[in-house]
Design a protein around this ligand. Structure first.
Ligand code: EPZ
Length: 425
């Protein structure tokens, strides 16, 4: 089992390049199933989740060529299997994103229910109800979604009961080849939804309103092949900027502009950070000062993202003052807190609210990562802890952060990855 050994109390200084967005690359890769010719996707991050989705598509028969810059060319016409098996779906829930494209392009799909995960029950009822509204016959048994449609899907107006990012993406993909017009109401507005819509429109789809709560998709007969470059990862960028604030340093993230991160940058400015930017970079300078505590309330875009919650709990744990962090999206997304308490953090949990009282310093300790963003929170907390922190189960972090120890080392962090085969953890 691999672990990170981190020696803390070092401010971060320097600049790093931000990778392509995981949560845009995953739906864009599955959307290639809709095309009737090869697609080339660039700026794909080299992450475990990307490897998983490519393994799934390859199992379905799709052929890939990948170059050293992770530009991926996919030929969707070699497909010979419409099943997404449990052993792959259980490791990466976003595999559910093959459901819409398979139904739209091939009229059938057999996709394992993703099941819950560490941060919540993560139901997919809205995906299923939406596909039925588009004309799919769906039964769920033995842990699998069996979906089919005779002929083509048909357009529908779908009022989404909750704002769901992958639910919006799945239904938008399914609707591109449906007969007639589909209107998705209460749709997610995340930048990754817009990126998927832009990709699909380059293939000949007719999608309007992505980035608003009402997305209209006029079905077309076919989608051609094409090329597309994935947008930069706003959560990766926010994570490194939060680490800069927490360690009282100065970090410039390149390859991303401020427009994708308004709510994150506003909260970082409230900590007392000096933020400058242009369309191609964002710099945070803490000028050696201790951050001030900031209250956080997570909600769908453009509000403060749940994927940045753990990172700001780490920041508030060391900030000046008391703050509340309210998690409104997932029901169990505070597992990093008990690990941070072992490092000396003063945090009280009351339902979906964490009350953080900043302490002057944390102490290094052995801690365990439980999910992707919790592990990011633990890593950045350990950057300011006195002494050594050992972060276990770092496969969680490899799902969403490309070359994290290299990027942190470039910023001056003392971090190394070790392989502790003999430790059962
Ligand atoms: C996406 O997950 C992201 N994953 C998550 O990022 C992110 O935290 C989440 O959106 C919220 O922004 C990808 O894009 C691959 P949701 P998703 O459907 O789509 C409920 C990360 O760390 N819901 O928007 O699965 C659900 O339980 C990951 O990168 C239903 O009730 O999240 C939750 O309470 C973690 N029924 C809320 O909606 C459904 O059918 C929002 O979930 C679907 C969702």
């Amino acid at each position: 089992m691999e672990q990170f050994i981190i020696n803390g109390d070092t401010p971060l200084f320097g600049e790093i390049k931000i990778s392509g967005a995981k949560n845009a690359a995953l739906p864009i890769l599955t959307a290639s199933l809709l095309a009737d010719g090869p697609v080339t996707i660039s700026n794909v991050p080299h992450l475990h989740d990307v490897t998983t989705i490519m393994t799934l598509l390859a199992k379905m028969g799709l052929e890939f060529t990948v170059d050293e810059q992770m530009n991926i060319e996919i030929d969707p016409n070699t497909i010979n299997d419409f099943t997404a098996p449990y052993e792959l779906v259980k490791t990466m829930r976003a595999s559910i994103l093959v459901l819409g494209p398979l139904l739209a392009r091939h009229g059938e799909a057999c996709v394992s229910l993703p099941g819950g995960c560490a941060i919540g029950s993560r139901p997919v009822d809205l995906h299923i109800e939406g596909m039925k509204a588009l004309g799919a016959d769906i039964t769920v048994d033995n842990g699998y979604i069996h979906a089919s449609v005779k002929g083509r899907l048909h357009g529908a107006t779908i009022n989404l009961e909750k704002i769901t990012v992958t639910g919006t993406e799945n239904l938008m993909m399914a609707a591109t080849l449906a007969k007639g017009t589909t209107v998705l109401k209460n749709a997610a507005k995340e930048p990754e939804v817009i990126d998927l819509a832009n990709f699909l429109n380059t293939l000949g789809a007719d999608i309007r309103g992505a980035g608003t709560h009402t997305i209209t998709i006029h079905g077309v007969d076919r989608l051609t092949g094409g090329q597309y470059r994935v947008l930069p990862d706003r959560i990766e960028a926010g994570t490194y900027l939060a680490a800069a604030a927490l360690t009282r340093g100065r970090v410039k993230v390149k390859g991303i502009g401020p427009d994708l991160m308004d709510s994150i940058l506003c909260k970082l400015a409230d900590t007392g950070a000096h933020i400058s930017s242009n369309c191609g970079w964002v710099e945070l300078d803490m000028q050696g000062n201790r951050p001030k505590a900031v209250d956080i309330n997570t909600a769908p875009y453009p509000a403060f993202p749940t994927d940045m919650q753990a990172q700001f709990v780490a920041l508030n744990a060391l900030a000046e003052g008391t703050s509340t962090v309210i998690e409104n999206v997932f029901e169990n997304r505070f597992m990093h807190i008990q690990e941070m308490q072992r490092m000396g953090a003063n945090i009280k949990l009351e339902g979906n609210t964490a009350i953080c009282t900043g302490v002057d310093s944390l102490n290094g300790a052995p801690v365990m990562a439980t999910d992707l963003r919790a592990s990011a929170g633990l890593v950045i907390a350990s950057l300011m802890a006195k002494g050594e922190t050992v972060v276990d189960r770092i496969y969680h972090i490899d799902r969403g952060y490309e070359c994290i120890e290299e990027k942190l080392s470039m910023l001056g962090a003392k971090i190394q990855r070790i392989n502790n085969k003999n430790i059962k953890s």
